[in-house]
Design a protein around this ligand. Structure first.
Ligand code: GLA
Length: 389
């Protein structure tokens, strides 16, 4: 609880009075099921013990004063509840604005402003969803502060809408869902077309989940992401001429092979193939895990990476290098990129006794090839966003 004491002191220093409550919202890692969420498929993410803390205190007027210890140079960012526009100068606070705006548009009454202090320990730009973590944290805080009584799945949906409509990134629902609905020691199998979900206990006895950060600066990630989405939508349109489907996630591999010839553009065909096979892979991987067959799970993780590299083309030299170095290492059950790609992180399952050598060796070899070091985090799986104090 040390971190909470420190944050409580910071809050008093910055806002000259004490806070009311402390909230926490995790980051997430996806174990398998990449770029399937917006294709009506399955994902298998989990929430992490690293995330974002939020301390809040209600005001009597309609001003919001926001301060992040991660962006202390920006100082207090101030805005008014009646003037919720996305503006560049408000930087990270646009996520707060976006969520408030979406809540209001859904008819929820946010009548008072508040002071809010954020601190996150998710490495920025790592692809572990620091932005969705801030969004779901904001949603959870609003829900509590204004006694709105909103179900977490509804909060999750509104946070996704904020990202889509206010921020302008056309993401699927995976990040916000795993952050809102995460459960300690479990991953969530989510069917993104129906939002039906089940928790799978992750019994990793003897193994660790190791996240490898490429530390690559991600430039055009958002526009490339949106491009992949449109490519899949175009492929789906071609297939809908011959089959009555609403999404690529409805197809088995065999059904896809039968009709894939109707996709006229070869690039779009590859994108659709990834979406279909990755979805089926996810279902198989979770079935294997539920039978304690970690070896099959790992093999499917490796296949997922190959498909993201060759068919979806969202990896790049940094992610590919991290994964191939992982697969050369001893005690590795599986390794793949995680999240949107184009940089960001990999996720590997590594035997306990090999973890130290794994990170040491890869650091050296990755630096030789890429020019700078990767970072590694050994993570635990946590609950979704909640009030701590
Ligand atoms: C990002 C998006 C998610 C999902 C992944 C890829 O994290 O926010 O919705 O599409 O990429 O699986």
């Amino acid at each position: 609880m040390d971190i909470i004491n420190t944050l409580q002191n910071e809050f008093s220093k910055i806002f000259n009075h004490t806070h009311e409550n402390v909230f926490f919202s995790p980051g997430r890692v996806n174990l398998i099921g990449e770029h399937t969420d917006y294709n009506g498929g399955h994902v298998f993410p989990c929430a992490l013990t690293i995330g974002t803390y939020g301390l809040v205190s209600k005001r009597n007027d309609n001003k919001v004063l926001a301060y992040s210890l991660n962006f202390d140079k920006l100082g207090i960012i101030e805005f008014n509840l009646d003037d919720l526009n996305n503006c560049k100068k408000d930087n990270w606070a646009n996520y707060i604005k976006g969520v408030i705006d979406t809540f209001k548009k859904h008819g929820y009454n946010i009548e008072n402003g508040f002071e809010i202090l954020f601190y996150g320990n998710i490495p920025n730009g790592s692809g572990l969803s620091s932005s969705a973590s801030i969004e779901v944290l904001t949603g959870t805080i609003l829900n509590d502060l204004f006694n709105l009584n909103i179900d977490m799945v509804e909060i999750v949906k509104m946070c996704q809408a904020a990202e889509n409509n206010f921020i302008g990134v056309n993401c699927g629902i995976m990040d916000q869902f795993s952050i809102g609905m995460g459960k300690k020691d479990c991953a969530i199998l989510l069917d993104c077309s129906t939002l039906k979900y089940t928790y799978s206990k992750l019994d990793m006895t003897g193994h660790k989940i190791v996240i490898g950060n490429t530390n690559k600066k991600r430039g055009l990630a958002d526009s490339k992401y949106n491009e992949r989405r449109s490519e899949c939508e175009a492929a789906l349109k071609d297939l809908q001429k011959v089959k009555n489907i609403k999404s690529l996630g409805e197809l088995t591999e065999a059904e896809f092979e039968e009709i894939k010839g109707y996709i006229s553009n070869p690039t779009q065909l590859k994108r659709a193939r990834h979406a279909v096979y990755e979805n089926q892979r996810t279902i198989k991987a979770v079935a294997a895990l539920n039978k304690n067959d970690l070896a099959t799970f790992g093999k499917l993780m490796n296949e997922s990476h190959i498909s993201l590299r060759d068919d979806y083309e969202v990896t790049g030299i940094e992610l590919d290098t991290l994964v191939s170095l992982a697969l050369e290492s001893k005690g590795v059950i599986g390794s793949r990129m995680t999240g949107a790609g184009f940089g960001g992180c990999t996720v590997s399952i590594v035997k306990d006794e090999n973890v130290n050598k794994f990170t040491e060796n890869i650091k050296v070899k990755y630096k030789e090839k890429i020019g700078y070091e990767p970072s590694f985090y050994i993570v635990d799986i946590a609950d979704g966003a909640k009030k701590l104090v």
